[in-house]
Design a protein around this ligand. Structure first.
Ligand code: PLP
Length: 404
């Protein structure tokens, strides 16, 4: 049975810690990680948690305890992972558009690095030659993912070294004796269709003969999770079977370890975002239900048109009232248009599901609102893992040079 927190548990947490509140359920993360391990049990596969989805230090430590490695997208994520206790050889830094000084720092910290431009690859070769194995992020020219904003492998994407530049990669590799040990792609997020990963593998298989020191093929993240009732996730067993089949049949690839970098798959469903209804406004166009939050706390609906299931946990019952759920910030911040909810009144608790990935992590203090608190539920016990902001946080780092 899938791990879930009940409405009663969520209401009790809202009571204790107030709203808006992010709640994470550790056992759901464990369940998701278990699915990956089980599906890929017959393949030499390593999973790097893409921590950009949620970097709370306790989430990182839970991942470490499960046996996941970690994938970072900034030097500060690398430092958070080290702080969480990951050894450097379990930390992967997949850089993009960064200065070479950050790559140098990552090298000094001893972590695994993927480089995503010819320019940084050349600097890397000049600085380190053959002494430090490195991976390259390639852009395979594959259109994939839930929508264009989260599609990262297509021909107009900024990410990775275009696959047609492999000859230039080879030149640099030969000129500076660079040891390229990993070929990486990440084509997007919300990818349900297993064939997208297969296409990526085929693109990489074509170029394997150019790289004589390869040890790893890194297929990135992007697995889909269900957001709506009746939705399904990427079929991990089908993917694992196909990966095993393709790699074992390929003479060079059969010796390589396969890496994945799941973010959403591990933490999306573990997260619940609890809000309170501030105001109900009946208008000819809509019945607006305004909660004590906005896109400053959960930006995915406005930014990606993402769907988050919303439930009125204060009034369990048939979802027969059509509402538009909006926020309280001074900007259009619609969470959901014309959504069916059980009858709502001011003071009710609305829960947003799938709030673990890219929820708190993309939050801000826009409108000088506080960032929410975060709670981790582990073994049935709730732990406050981040305090709600307070007024002093809004002034932290500001220098008051003018008199009041
Ligand atoms: N790996 C890389 C390089 C990414 O850029 C991302 C997401 O942006 C991920 C992994 C994780 O993607 P997801 O959360 O969809 O699994």
């Amino acid at each position: 049975m899938s791990q879930k927190l009940t409405s009663q548990q969520l209401s009790a947490l809202a009571q204790e810690y107030g709203t808006p509140l992010y709640v994470y359920h550790a056992e759901k993360i464990t369940e998701q990680f278990g699915k990956l391990k089980q599906a890929f049990r017959n393949t030499d596969t390593v999973f790097f948690y893409a921590c950009k989805a949620l970097t709370n230090i306790n989430i990182l430590r839970h991942m470490k305890a499960l046996g996941a490695n970690v994938d970072c997208s900034s030097i500060n994520e690398v430092k958070l992972a080290l702080h969480a206790g990951f050894p450097s050889n379990r930390i992967l830094y997949t850089s993009n558009g960064i200065s070479f000084s950050e790559i140098r720092e990552a090298k000094e910290l001893g972590v695994i690095i993927n480089i995503d431009s010819l320019s940084n690859l050349e600097k890397f070769g000049q600085a380190f030659g053959h002494s430090y194995p490195v991976g390259i992020r390639l852009r395979p020219n594959i259109m994939a993912g839930g929508n264009i904003k989260i599609s990262t492998g297509h021909e107009r994407s900024k990410f990775g070294i275009p696959i047609e530049h492999v000859p230039q990669v080879k030149d640099l590799m030969e000129r500076y004796k660079i040891c390229i040990h990993n070929l990486h792609i990440h084509t997007g997020s919300d990818i349900k269709d297993v064939s997208v990963f297969i296409k990526g593998i085929e693109v990489l298989f074509d170029i394997i003969p150019h790289f004589h020191e390869l040890k790893f093929i890194d297929l990135g993240g992007g697995f889909k999770v269900p957001y709506q009732e009746g939705d399904s996730e990427t079929d991990m067993n089908a993917l694992a079977t196909k990966v095993a089949e393709l790699f074992s049949a390929h003479p060079a690839a059969s010796k390589l370890q396969v890496w994945f970098e799941p973010g959403k798959f591990l933490v999306s469903e573990c997260g619940y975002f609890i809000t309170t209804v501030n105001v109900i406004k009946e208008t000819p166009a809509a019945r607006f239900v305004a909660v004590d939050s906005g896109f400053n706390h959960l930006i995915r609906p406005m930014f990606y048109d993402a769907y988050h299931r919303i439930e009125n946990i204060s009034n369990p019952g048939p979802e027969e009232q059509v509402c538009s759920v909006v926020g309280n910030i001074c900007e259009t911040d619609t969470f959901a248009w014309d959504r069916r909810l059980s009858p709502v009144k001011e003071g009710d608790l609305l829960v947003f599901y799938n709030a673990g990935a890219y929820g708190f992590e993309m939050s801000s203090n826009f409108n000088a609102r506080f960032k929410p608190a975060e709670v981790l539920v582990l073994d049935g016990k709730a732990h406050l893992v981040r305090k709600r902001d307070e007024f002093s946080d809004l002034l932290r780092n500001q220098l008051e040079v003018l008199p009041a």
